[in-house]
Design a protein around this ligand. Structure first.
Ligand SMILES: Nc1ncnc2c1ncn2[C@@H]1O[C@H](COP(=O)(O)OP(=O)(O)O)[C@@H](O)[C@H]1O
Ligand SMILES: [Mg+2]
Length: 374
């Protein structure tokens, strides 16, 4: 927990007056009860952590609570119950000025609405957070120019938001969020208005920044391809709850609920599942596994030729030169060929019973890391 950049414990956000006292009076509230009581439940008992340097991607249908969850993490909205810790601090306990300072120093945000300052140019918008930090005009202008160039807006420095397209405004918003190089980034569908090419460039830029500086990023997207490119883990939300939070290949191999299985049905599994996820421990099988090995990080798609041509029943899997297990070639081939009877269907489980309010630490629907697909 020490290393968590963000930790939410049993966080609730209900829209409608009186949510706090309604929740306080209940040991085990449900979204259904909340709705029956006239509230709009947006975030319902969410517990999760994001490790320092992690890219956590939040997915779910429109209205499932993704934006609200992000707003709770940045305390742009007040939660009705639960605790949100960011960089080790309970942000619900911060005074308004402490909160402003923390946002200024630690957090970067890009939201669905671009929220640019309308009476400032692109350059002035990007320089604004630096100005707030007390950086001198010359230095902040130079930095803002660099950032606008980075997002492909060279030559548009003096445009006002109303003179730019949605995609251009979004890029100004991204450049602005990058200006202070925050420790923690909150990004709510930041690339949704971008053309595919620039979108990919922006993804690359975020991957580069993340790798370089170990920044923590919480990223909301609708787009599975984007999620799979970026995510260390994916959290899938439904009706204000997190159905599953897991590595991308665990999500497709071992969906925690029927909903997750349906939600991820369209994913190309061969491009997502890596050998590491298929490796069974050696003691469970033949301890001796000679011959060519598969790299733990390789996807089933990348291993395609080997899977087709190698006649062995079990293929050793190595990570950093060390044998970590063996994978069943038949199972990997099944994923490669998109078998209808792919393992996810048979392992689909109902969600675990919800944890009571007092057990705030545990994420109810989480699949234990050790539970391999069977
Ligand atoms: N300011 C608000 N007032 C009332 N209800 C809201 C407000 N913002 C969001 N909601 C409701 O909360 C739920 C979650 O919304 P949101 O977090 O925006 O979902 P998502 O980002 O996943 O589309 C929805 O039912 C939405 O209508
Ligand atoms: Mg949203």
């Amino acid at each position: 927990m020490v290393d968590a950049a963000i930790a939410c414990a049993d966080v609730w956000k209900l829209y409608g007056a009186g949510g706090r006292s309604w929740l306080a009076g209940r040991a085990d509230p449900s979204p259904e009860d909340a709705r029956a009581a006239g509230f709009t439940p947006a975030v319902c008992g969410v517990s999760l952590t994001a490790a320092r340097g992690e890219m956590l991607v939040v997915m779910g249908l429109s209205g499932s609570g993704k934006s609200t969850l992000l707003r709770c993490m940045a305390r742009l909205t007040e939660v009705e119950a639960g605790v949100v810790r960011v960089a080790g601090r309970d942000i619900g306990a911060l005074s308004p000025s402490q909160l402003v300072a923390m946002r200024r120093e630690t957090m970067g945000m890009v939201f669905q609405s671009f929220a640019l300052l309308p009476h400032r140019t692109a350059l002035e918008n990007v320089a604004f957070p630096l100005e707030m930090r007390g950086m001198g005009r010359r230095a902040r202008t130079a930095r803002a120019r660099d950032l606008l160039a980075l997002v492909g807006l060279e030559g548009r420095e003096d445009f006002y938001p109303r003179e730019m397209s949605g995609g251009q405004q979004q890029r100004v918003g991204i450049a602005r969020s990058l200006a202070i190089e925050p420790e923690i980034w909150f990004l709510d569908e930041p690339f949704s208005a971008l053309d595919p090419l620039i979108r990919r460039e922006m993804q690359d830029e975020f991957l580069r920044l993340k790798a370089m500086r170990g920044r923590t990023i919480v990223f909301v997207t609708h787009d599975f391809t984007e999620a799979l490119r970026l995510a260390d883990r994916i959290a899938i939300m439904k009706d204000g709850r997190i159905e599953q939070i897991d590595a991308p290949d665990r999500i497709v191999l071992a969906p925690a609920t029927d909903y997750v299985a349906r939600f991820t049905a369209e994913i190309d599994r061969a491009g997502v599942v890596r050998a590491a996820a298929l490796a069974e421990p050696l003691d469970a099988v033949d301890a001796d596994a000679p011959g060519p090995a598969a790299d733990a990080d390789a996807t089933v798609r990348q291993l395609g030729r080997m899977l087709v041509e190698d006649g062995r029943e079990r293929i050793p899997v190595v990570a950093g030169g060390a044998l970590i297990g063996v994978m069943s070639r038949r199972r990997a081939l099944g994923i490669l060929l998109g078998d209808a009877a792919c393992p996810s269907r048979s392992t689909t489980r109902k969600p675990a019973p919800r944890a009571g309010r007092l057990r705030a630490g545990a994420s109810p629907a989480r699949v234990p890391a050790s539970s391999g697909p069977r």
